[in-house]
Design a protein around this ligand. Structure first.
Ligand SMILES: C[S@@+](CC[C@H](N)C(=O)[O-])C[C@H]1O[C@@H](n2cnc3c(N)ncnc32)[C@H](O)[C@@H]1O
Length: 197
C-alpha cells in the first residue's frame, strides 16, 4: 500500500489461495498473481524492486536469487526483511522465552547474526548488499496483540486447550504491565537490500 501511494506500479505474488484472498480483500486495487518466489510469474527485466516481507525464508535461495535477478532490471533491488524481536525490551524478551518454552521450540538468540552471516544465510553472497536495522513501535489492543501471537505457526499446531492455557496466562501477565489493555509492541526490522549488477 505504501509503495503504491508513492506512485509505484505494484504486483503482489502469493502462492497460497487463502492468503491471496486476504490480500484481495485488504488491497482490492492491487493485482495479486498466484506464484512462488522460486519461479516468479513475471517477465525478465520487468521490475525495479522486488520485496519480501517475512517470507524470504520460505523460498529456496538457490532458485529465488536467480529468479529475482532475472526479473529485476539492471540496477534494480531485491529487498528482504523481517520484524525481529526487540530483546532489549524486558517484557518482550521474557514473552519470547515463554512462547518458546510453551511451544517447545528453541528461543531465538538475542545476538544478531553478523552482516556476513546474514548475507550468507539469505543466499546473497557475491552480490552488493546493504544491511540496516530499523526500530519501530506500534500500540495495539491487548486482543490484537494476543491474536497476532496466536497466528504464528508454532501455536497453530498446538491442541486448542494447550493454546488457551497459554493465552489465559499471558493475558493475566500483560494486563499487569498494560492496565489500559493497550500494548506497545516494539520490533527491529532487519533489512537486506541486494542490487542487481
Ligand atoms: C509470514 S507471511 C508474511 C506476509 C506479509 N508479507 C507480511 O509481512 O505480513 C509469509 C508469506 O510468505 C508466503 N510464501 C510462502 N512460501 C513462499 C514462496 N516460496 N515464495 C513467495 N512467498 C511465499 C506465504 O504464503 C505468506 O503469505
Amino acid at each position: 500500500m505504501l509503495l503504491r501511494e508513492r506512485g509505484a506500479d505494484v504486483i503482489a505474488v502469493e502462492p497460497g489461495e487463502a492468503m491471496a484472498g486476504e490480500f484481495r480483500q485488504a488491497l482490492p486495487g492491487v493485482p495479486v498473481v498466484r506464484g512462488d518466489g522460486n519461479a516468479l510469474p513475471l517477465a525478465a527485466a520487468s521490475c525495479d524492486l522486488i520485496t519480501y516481507a517475512q517470507s524470504w525464508q520460505w523460498t529456496d535461495p538457490g532458485r529465488s536469487v536467480p529468479e529475482a535477478l532475472r526479473v529485476l532490471r539492471a540496477g534494480g533491488a531485491l529487498a528482504i526483511w523481517w520484524n525481529t524481536t526487540a530483546f532489549d525490551v524486558p517484557w518482550i524478551r521474557e514473552q519470547h522465552g515463554r512462547i518458546a518454552h510453551h511451544c517447545g521450540v528453541k528461543p531465538r538468540s538475542a545476538v544478531r547474526p553478523s552482516d556476513d552471516d546474514a548475507i550468507r544465510l539469505a543466499g546473497l553472497t557475491g552480490l552488493r548488499v546493504a544491511r540496516r536495522q530499523v526500530r519501530w513501535s506500534r500500540t495495539v489492543s491487548l486482543d490484537t496483540h494476543l491474536a497476532n501471537i496466536g497466528s504464528r505457526s508454532a501455536f497453530l499446531v498446538l491442541e486448542e486447550a494447550d493454546r488457551q492455557a497459554f493465552f489465559v496466562d499471558e493475558r493475566e501477565r500483560l494486563v499487569k504491565i498494560f492496565p489500559r489493555y493497550e500494548v506497545e509492541e516494539t520490533y527491529v526490522v532487519d533489512l537486506l537490500v541486494a542490487l542487481r549488477p
